[in-house]
Design a protein around this ligand. Structure first.
Ligand code: FAD
Length: 420
């Protein structure tokens, strides 16, 4: 899969071969640029490997919302709760957390929601476009996003998050009782109601999609270099030197797409842009004995369940522990109990566990575009909970910007210096 770079310096060097780096490489190559993609691992083995695979063109509700803070203490003391803060990490986490809660003020939400949706809206169309000819076209399926509630009264479209979606023409429907069982026959009757978000997609193998697209990128001329990036050094006339574990590389333009690992690299350049590794877990039931028709969000427990190529995958939770802390797979095994509550007939014995870091900004909007103060340096990271969805449009935006095209997206909300 990985080839060494030979010959001339590429027009654009992308750091990080997650879904963002890979789709950016495809969009740039389609515009005639010579591209190199550098990753210390084979493509799509970071957060882009094990996510929940929900491809929602309608994602416009950020993680930080008014009143969220009231739920946090209860979540933190519950070992099966959706949020964990590891002992000893609180002081490092605090500055980001303050900005996170500030971002969730109601007056800031419209700009955030529109910025999110500009990147999510074309996701399914762009995946189908990029997957053409790979043989992996079937890895993206049409889906409804079924948000299930135990208590029917909680499926309430007058709540702020649903109103934000309705204002943006998101196709929503509330279903209850037998109508919900028709949508998802395996779901326990303990779940009384759901809000359906219609007309979206789901990935049957997020990592497989990344690898198929990386292979396509390589076939159309993208050079892959398996190296660890250690430092960026600006040189004369807007050029760059990339220090790697296998010696320096020269670059004309750099796109930083190293997901949660981008923070340290940019910090070393003096760029101040808050980023947390919001670590999530998945558990795959390899022999589940049940099949789900759609991506299903358990709204109370905050995780997504979906039938994938390898089995039924539960994915979610947010753990703040620092990017390098070892995984705590107890957080993945919590899904056994939760899945049994949702699907009484599911077999939870044969499992596969995983942890990956979401690259989370305080306002759920990624850092995109030119990095002020530096020539030929572009940010493409910070996609948080929706990077699998936003990846392909991010690639388009970055490629348009580098190509000097007229932009169809207002870049202001994505500025890397927006937190001062
Ligand atoms: C549990 C969970 C569930 C999720 N569910 C969804 C979902 O349903 N829908 C959705 O849209 N999104 C979802 N996400 C979010 C999504 O997975 C991420 O936002 C997205 O994958 C980020 O992509 P990326 O390319 O920026 O980063 P990554 O995929 O993490 O890629 C970064 C790359 O940089 C490389 N790298 C790091 N350091 C170096 C270095 N020093 N040198 C060279 N290379 C380096 C890594 O090896 C990696 O390949 C979920 C995330 C998690 C954790």
């Amino acid at each position: 899969m990985v080839t060494e770079q030979n010959g001339a310096t590429p027009d654009v060097t992308i750091l990080g071969a997650g879904i963002v780096g890979i789709t950016t490489a495809l969009s740039l190559t389609e515009r005639g640029f010579k591209v190199a993609l550098i990753d210390r691992n084979p493509p799509a083995e970071g957060a882009s490997y094990g996510n929940a695979g929900s491809l929602s063109p309608w994602s416009c509700v950020p993680q930080s919302m008014p009143g969220l803070w009231k739920s946090i203490p209860g979540w933190l003391i519950d070992p099966e709760g959706p949020v964990a803060l590891r002992m000893g990490y609180a002081a490092k986490f605090l500055p980001w957390a303050v900005k996170f809660f500030q971002a969730g003020q109601e007056h800031r939400l419209p700009v955030i929601a529109d910025a999110m949706m500009a990147l999510t809206r074309p996701t399914v169309t762009l995946y189908r476009h990029h997957l053409q000819g790979t043989g992996s076209e079937e890895l993206v399926r049409d889906s409804v996003y079924v948000h299930v509630f135990r208590n029917a009264a909680d499926a309430d479209l007058s709540k702020l998050g649903w109103r934000m979606r309705a204002e943006r023409q998101v196709p929503l429907e509330v279903v209850k009782g037998d109508a919900l069982r028709e949508v998802e026959p395996a779901l326990s009757p303990d779940f009384e109601a759901a809000v359906l978000i219609k007309q979206q997609g789901r990935a049957l193998d997020p990592g497989g999609i990344g690898k198929a697209l990386a292979e396509k990128a390589q076939k159309i001329g993208v050079a892959f270099l398996q190296r660890s990036v250690e430092k960026l050094v600006p040189e004369a006339e807007g050029a760059w030197r990339i220090e790697t574990d296998a010696g320096p590389l020269h670059a004309k333009r750099i796109v930083v797409a190293m997901g949660a690992w981008s923070g340290k690299l940019m910090q070393d350049l003096g760029v101040k842009a808050p980023l947390e590794a919001e670590r999530g877990y998945h558990l795959v039931f390899r022999d589940p004995g049940v099949s789900l028709n759609n991506a299903i969000m358990n709204v109370d427990a905050k995780f997504v369940v979906s039938s994938m190529a390898a089995g039924v995958r539960c994915a979610g939770t947010a753990e703040f522990a620092g990017i390098d802390a070892p995984p705590d797979y107890r957080r993945a095994h919590v899904f056994k109990n939760l899945a049994k509550q949702m699907f009484p007939d599911i077999n939870v014995e044969d499992t596969d566990e995983w942890m990956g870091p979401r690259p989370s900004t305080p306002d759920s909007v990624p850092y995109l575009g030119e990095v002020s103060g530096f020539a030929n340096l572009y940010a493409a990271y910070g996609h948080g909970h929706t990077g699998m969805t936003m990846g392909p449009k991010t690639g388009e935006v970055i490629a348009s910007l580098i190509a000097g095209e007229t932009m169809d997206v207002d870049m202001t909300p994505y500025r890397i210096d927006r937190f001062g």
